[in-house]
Design a protein around this ligand. Structure first.
Ligand code: NAD
Length: 386
């Protein structure tokens, strides 16, 4: 019998379950790169479209785990030495958490979890786990690759348009009974004709580029591995050998690389000094890719016309985090990958990974980040241990 410690975000303030806005969900048959959808064996413990990421939803895991004699502990209180998460950690064989409400698995915490064998991210992005410490201890780290990439790409497109068109302030004016057109439009531009650049054209980055192509923008990208020539030709992409070269020519930039030691603070005062005055920056990857106070300075000086995204550090962000109240921002809590559509896929993928793990079957390489004491599978292509 194994103990699965699952850290989930709190239920809706209005109670659980919420009143759902729709009765059904579109049926997706596969991912754009040909990867197959999560394929757990047997019934799902939830109905696709249910809110499964919050405490009462339990990612739908209880029926499978209890039928197989395992113990499921669900907690929400996750930060600090006396949190419920820390108290239950010593008995955990498996820890599951979502990036939206990350259970930070530091080296110290891994040391407090002698039974830990699997750290599973229900979603994408395992930087909340100290990957070196996990590798050193022989803990496998896995995530549900591709599950919510399109969810995030749609959020990026929404944020690009919201910032460039000045949608949020104009909506607030309408909402509060106003009609000053000049106030609405004095920071509003068309996206058409602008130069848009992605740093990290992986699954999300490429999906954003494809979605923005019909807006008649000039598309740029920088990433570790150059994309195939046919993709560059199809999207008329300009490749940049460095992020610095990209930001100098782009009006709108979105960063989509994973977070690891050498991508932390990629956007600092020096990087902002290279950008065009009035550029927009959208970050849905990880908060620490941007220096918190350098973003604030860039907004205050007018170097950035807008900053948007959904990722912060730490999470949840403190009430006085400056990105909450700075001008010209389109920030949300970390939600882009947590749509009910995304939840259905990452909950199914979480079940698939647990089934493979408990039944001694190999976890799909595309789900593996760390295994056998080193980066593995997709993790070897996306992360660096230093
Ligand atoms: P991915 O691995 O497909 O894409 C990342 C790309 O960045 C890869 O192609 C990689 O080669 C490239 N890269 C890595 N380091 C680089 C560097 N230093 N410079 C340039 N390129 C580099 O991952 P993805 O599925 O597109 O997700 C990207 C990130 O988005 C995740 O790591 C995660 O942190 C974040 N994410 C956020 C949410 C959300 O809800 N906001 C959801 C999913 C993923």
């Amino acid at each position: 019998m194994a103990t699965v410690l699952c850290v989930l975000f709190p239920d809706p303030a209005s109670g659980y379950p919420p009143e759902y806005a729709r009765n059904d969900m579109p049926v997706i048959t596969g991912y754009p790169n040909g990867q197959t959808l999560p394929s757990p064996r047997g019934p799902l413990g939830f109905r696709p479209g249910d809110l499964v990421g919050s405490v009462s939803g339990e990612l739908g895991l209880r029926p499978y785990l209890e039928a197989n004699g395992h113990k499921l502990i669900v907690v929400s209180d996750k930060d600090g030495d006396s949190s419920e998460f820390e108290r239950r950690l010593p008995e955990a064989d498996v820890v599951i958490s979502q990036p939206f409400w990350p259970a930070y698995l530091t080296a110290e915490r891994i040391a407090k979890a002698p039974n830990l064998k699997l750290a599973l991210t229900a979603g994408i992005g395992s930087d909340h786990v100290d990957l070196s410490a996990a590798a050193h201890r022989g803990v496998t780290v896995a995530e549900v690759t591709f599950s919510n990439c399109i969810s995030v790409a749609e959020h990026v497109v929404m944020t690009v348009l919201s910032l460039v068109r000045n949608y949020l302030p104009a909506h607030e004016i309408a909402d509060s009974g106003g009609w000053n057109i000049a106030d609405c439009v004095s920071r509003s531009y068309d996206l058409e004709g602008m130069h848009f650049g992605i740093i990290g054209a992986g699954r999300i980055g490429l999906a954003v580029l494809r979605r923005l192509k019909p807006f008649d923008v000039h598309l740029h990208y920088h990433q570790r591995h150059r994309l195939p020539t046919d993709v560059e030709t199809e999207l008329n992409l300009t490749f940049h050998p460095t992020p610095q070269s990209l930001v100098q020519v782009c009006d709108v930039v979105s960063v989509q690389t994973p977070l690891y030691a050498s991508t932390e603070n990629m956007f600092d005062d020096r990087m902002f000094s290279l950008m065009k005055r009035g550029a927009y920056l959208i970050n849905t990857a990880r908060g620490k890719l941007c220096d918190r106070d350098a973003v604030l300075r860039a907004i205050q000086s007018g170097k950035l016309a807008g900053y948007g995204g959904d990722v912060w550090f730490p999470q949840p962000a403190p009430a006085d985090h400056p990105w909450r109240s700075m001008p010209h921002q389109g920030m949300t809590p970390h939600i882009s990958g947590a749509s009910l559509s995304g939840q259905a896929r990452y909950a199914a993928g979480t079940l698939e990974i647990l089934q493979d793990f408990f039944e001694g079957k190999p976890i799909r390489p595309e789900y593996l980040i760390v295994d056998g004491g080193n980066l593995a599978g997709v993790g070897a292509a996306s992360y660096r241990l230093t």
